[in-house]
Design a protein around this ligand. Structure first.
Ligand code: PBG
Ligand code: ZN
Length: 325
């Protein structure tokens, strides 16, 4: 005798009945890149179908997203001017602050998440203020600025804050800053386990955030480390994170499962720019069936344990789900 698994695979209806994992449009957060100006919608070569947009275009884009059933976006700002500390992110009239206000006004039903970091705002492109003696980011000085930045986002009307800088103690510092300013209700989704990954390459073109010297290995994690990956997320849970994250996603599904097994918190994965562009360009070259590979990849994220998927594919996925419903 042997097990007859195929009995359950013959009828398509039974196959559906037995499907363990499902994807929905509401699983997704869609990343958007906002810059100053009017009527700007510039595609970036390294990420087909991804644009730098002015806020009026972002507002139009939200209309499209809602029609597809996506009500959640994560915003990245591209400021007009950069300096050593990232002042644009620390002022109430900066690109993110003004964009959040405008988007909320036009779309009160949209759930707005902001990426909280300094690499897009500093002239050196690192994720905080520099300690020149150490030659890298000054952790504790950056914590102070992160708390200020978080309160600015909260005042602008953001719904959830996603700190991505991998500073030690960032969740505690941001939580304390938000709470003491009366924003206890704003959730924090931590980029809790973020690796120093070459998969971020295309993003840095879109966000104009490449470091001007060195790399991010003094704050982002070594891709070789599994035990430390779990510790990083658990520390953020301890400090008060509401949602944990693993980033990148595709090459790190073992880590997603590991953290899922160690924490009861909801988990997000960030399906990053390099992962996106690999599928896009392979699809365009006719090497893979782009839509099928994309859907299979999204399913894998959820099967691994992700509750939320942050993905540049979100619109296309939602369109397919809509067509099939
Ligand atoms: C900023 C940030 C990065 C990404 C999200 N937030 C870039 C980085 O750490 O260099 C990467 C996203 C992607 O590759 O799609 N800290
Ligand atoms: Zn950063």
């Amino acid at each position: 005798m042997f097990a007859r698994f195929r009995r359950k695979r013959i009828h398509p209806v039974l196959r559906d009945l037995l499907q363990e994992t499902h994807i929905r449009a509401t699983d997704f957060i869609y990343p958007l890149f906002v810059r100053s100006g009017v009527g700007i919608k510039d595609e970036v070569g390294s990420m087909p179908d991804v644009f730098q947009m002015s806020v009026d275009e972002v507002i139009k884009e939200c209309e499209v997203l809602k029609s597809l059933g996506i009500y959640s976006i994560i915003l990245f700002g591209i400021p007009d001017t950069k300096d050593a500390i990232g002042s644009d992110a620390l002022c109430e009239h900066g690109i993110i602050s003004s964009s959040v206000k405008a988007i909320k006004k036009a779309h009160p039903d949209m759930f707005i998440v902001t990426d909280l970091c300094f690499c897009e705002y500093t002239d050196h492109g690192h994720c905080g203020v520099l300690d020149h003696k150490l030659g890298t980011v000054d952790n504790d000085e950056t914590l102070k600025n992160l708390a200020i930045q978080a309160v600015i986002h909260a005042k602008a009307g953001v719904d959830m804050i996603a700190p991505s800088g991998m500073m030690d103690g960032m969740i505690g510092a941001i939580r304390k800053g938000l709470d003491s300013a009366g924003f206890e209700h704003i959730a924090i989704m931590s980029y809790s386990t973020k690796f120093s990954s070459s998969y971020y390459g295309p993003f840095r073109d879109v966000a104009e955030s490449s470091p001007s010297f060195g790399d991010r290995r003094t704050y982002q994690m070594n891709p070789a480390n599994r035990q430390e990956a779990i510790l990083e997320s658990l520390a953020d849970e301890e400090e008060g994170a509401d949602i944990l994250m693993v980033k990148p996603a595709l090459a790190y599904l073992d880590i997603v499962r590991d953290i899922k097994e160690h924490s009861k918190l909801p988990m997000a994965v960030y399906n990053v720019s390099g992962e996106y562009s690999m599928l896009k360009f392979a699809g365009r070259a006719g090497v893979i069936d782009y839509e099928k590979v994309m859907m299979e990849t999204m399913m894998a994220f959820k099967r691994a344990g992700a509750d939320i998927i942050i993905s540049y594919h979100a619109k296309e996925v939602a369109q397919i789900l809509k067509n099939n419903s």
